[in-house]
Design a binder for this molecule. Structure first.
Ligand code: ATP
Ligand code: MG
Length: 621
């Protein structure tokens, strides 16, 4: 007889059962906008459309960017394009009979001579209104944006913090929607972004692996402090550039998982033809003419391959072209017309349409190096069993370990973290020694106290003390630093490499202030230590200095410490690298005081740690 059950293809079955694939798909579900979030955005767009139509007849408010390109995440900004083309025509036509212009009355009753024909001219009963007359064909972008900002401020309910940002590559008006907290931008000269938004959308429709792969890599990049747009600008890889890199990767698989733009152009019909700002933006508007890809790689292996491929890619030596689906060698590219205008950098990703635009021109050398380093780490991890197999012992597996945060380099640290780099010579257990030294300096030299991570008992002191040097604890508990050691035990071929130790500390006294003066006083009192002209004396002297400062401050020990922070030490680099990266995270709202303390630590801590480790190593002899 004939059976009617649905046939699962072997590929589908493998994909459904492969754990990492499931994790990647779940990531999309966790991050993407919910139906109600989408509805809110839609309502806002409708509201904006209604209000702006009153002032700019026949204008269109068009959403672009992550709200609509298929890579939406909770709370992503709402990018809007205000299309004034038809308004210009409208204005030009209306001008002829009576020389009218778009009339702005952004206070009280709105009137628009272009629209309200029956009104016969502007409202005369709104004396204190701001009247702005503007000719859209001659007005500059800043002028129009100021007008847009005025409309937003005065006439759109529930919107606040309206601000024109002229400095950006594409100037925008920023705003915030009060009830939802949604942030948004309105731009007026960014029609290309509508095209690239549609292109990204088309890619997500063309292959269902696109979204999980992009979401995974965006999150990975954010965790490694390589990417994200949170503070705008900066040297990090922006979401758009990273997404294009993933699409390029899929174009260059064998067989390809996505077509190139040149191939897409061949499938266009007359209605798809589009030239925007002089660039050919033609590609099919729907999927119907696209052949399904012959590529059947799983998400799990695509992710591993992404890391492998880009860990060794020569980003500075070529230009990534989605137009052609290949990396263009620099010499010939630079001779081309678009190449002459292209802003070359260490990371070169050509916009798919605006071919002379490097979308990653902001990325600096350091970030590229770390991107590659992280890719190589990722590739190595993806070869381990831990990546593909769920751990039976509740350990991080699959994507989870890939998403463990990385530590940025000093130059890249944002306002929410600070960093100290401690250089060291090679020796056995060097990292343990450095951690013991950090504990000693924080606890005994600087008299900080330490809570230890929540729920964890105060840990064992590292046992590397030498030369009779035992860390002492203050009875009042004003000083107990407990390093919480996390050593991931690793299955499979990945070597043990990722060590980190963290300290939760509280500072009760201004031990960073006036140390030089106290040091001088101690010397007068006959302390035998010869002080250097430099900042710091020996470990013993520095301990005494702290004690003296605490004594001078008096026992004004409040219920609350002056500062709280977490310090996290990690092995800095590769096998031969004995740098320790110490990453500081202050508790919220400690601003200037923590900055002072940190500036002091920057100079003081590495020197003290070096001294301590030097003694641990040489003291035995
Ligand atoms: P998210 O807002 O979630 O970070 P997004 O894609 O919306 O993602 P935005 O920075 O808001 O990113 O940019 C909005 C749109 O502007 C992008 O989708 C893209 O179309 C365009 N865009 C952003 N950055 C660039 C760039 N460096 N070069 C060219 N176009 C860009
Ligand atoms: Mg956006």
């Amino acid at each position: 007889g004939s059976t009617h059950h649905v046939q699962l293809s072997p590929e589908k079955l493998v994909q459904a059962l492969c754990q990492v694939d499931a994790q990647m798909s779940q990531l999309v579900q966790l991050f993407e906008l919910s139906e109600s979030e989408k509805r809110l955005r839609h309502l806002l767009v409708t509201l904006f459309q209604e209000v702006f139509s009153e002032f700019f007849p026949e204008c269109a408010i068009l959403p672009f960017g992550s709200s609509v390109n298929g890579f939406d995440i909770h709370g992503c900004d709402l990018d809007l394009f205000l299309d004034l083309e038809k308004t210009k025509t409208f204005q030009a036509n209306a001008k002829e009979p009576q020389g009218a212009q778009v009339r702005m009355d952004v206070l009280g009753t709105k009137s628009n001579p272009l629209q309200a024909k029956e009104g016969a001219g502007p409202d005369s009963d709104s004396e204190d209104s701001i009247l702005s007359d503007i000719d859209l064909t001659t007005a500059t972008v800043p002028e129009v944006l100021e007008l847009v900002a005025a409309v937003l401020r005065k006439c759109v309910p529930g919107v606040h913090s309206v601000q024109v940002v002229h400095s950006a590559r594409r100037p925008v008006v920023k705003f915030c929607h009060k009830d939802s907290g949604l942030l948004g931008d309105i731009s007026i000269n960014n029609r290309l972004a509508l095209c690239n938004t549609r292109f990204l959308q088309l890619c997500t429709e063309a292959d269902e692996r696109v979204r999980p792969l992009v979401y995974t890599l965006r999150y990975w990049a954010k965790q490694q402090a390589l990417g994200g747009n949170r503070f705008g600008g900066g040297p990090l890889l922006n979401n758009y550039a990273l997404t294009l890199l993933v699409l390029f990767f899929l174009q260059t698989r064998s067989p390809p998982a996505l077509p190139t733009l040149a191939q897409l152009r061949e499938l266009t019909e007359d209605k798809d033809q589009a030239i925007v700002d002089g660039w050919d933006c033609s590609f099919p508007q729907d999927m119907l003419r696209l052949e399904p890809s012959a590529n059947t790689e799983s998400l799990c292996s695509l992710l591993a391959e992404f890391f492998r491929v880009f860990g060794d890619h020569d980003f500075a030596g070529c230009v990534i072209s989605l137009q052609e689906g290949r990396a263009l060698p620099l010499p010939s590219f630079l001779l081309s017309e678009v190449g002459a205008k292209f802003k070359l950098g260490p990371f070169n990703v050509q916009d798919p349409f605006e071919l002379s635009h490097n979308v990653a021109a902001n990325v600096n050398e350091k970030i590229v190096q770390r991107f590659q380093h992280c890719c190589r780490d990722g590739a190595k991890y993806c070869r381990s069993l831990q990546y593909q197999r769920k751990s039976s012992k509740g350990k991080a597996w699959g994507l989870v370990r890939l998403f463990q945060p990385g530590v940025p380099e000093a130059e890249e640290v944002g306002p929410d973290g600070l960093l100290i780099t401690i250089p060291f010579m090679l020796m056995a257990c060097w990292f343990d020694k450095v951690c013991a030294a950090i504990t000693f300096v924080l606890k005994d030299v600087l008299k900080c106290s330490c809570m230890g991570p929540a729920g964890e008992p105060l840990g064992q002191e590292p046992t590397e003390q030498s030369g009779g040097e035992q860390p002492r604890s203050d009875e009042r508990g004003s000083l107990a630093v407990s390093p919480a050691k996390k050593r991931p035990r690793v299955e499979g071929p990945v070597p043990e490499e990722e060590e980190s130790v963290s300290w939760n500390c509280a500072v009760w006294h201004r031990v960073w202030m006036g140390r030089r003066r106290v040091r001088r006083q101690l010397r007068h009192l006959g302390s035998p230590q010869p002080d250097t002209e430099q900042e710091a004396g020996s470990l013993e002297v520095e301990e005494k200095v702290s004690e003296a400062i605490i004594q001078q401050e008096g026992e004004s020990l409040g219920a609350e410490p002056l500062l709280r922070f977490t310090a996290c030490a990690r092995v800095g680099g590769g096998q031969e690298d004995t740098r320790t990266l110490l990453y500081f995270t202050p508790a919220p709202q400690q601003g200037p005081l923590f900055q002072d303390f940190y500036h002091f630590l920057q100079g003081f801590l590495p020197r003290m740690v070096e001294r301590y480790v030097g003694r641990a190593v040489w003291g035995r002899q």
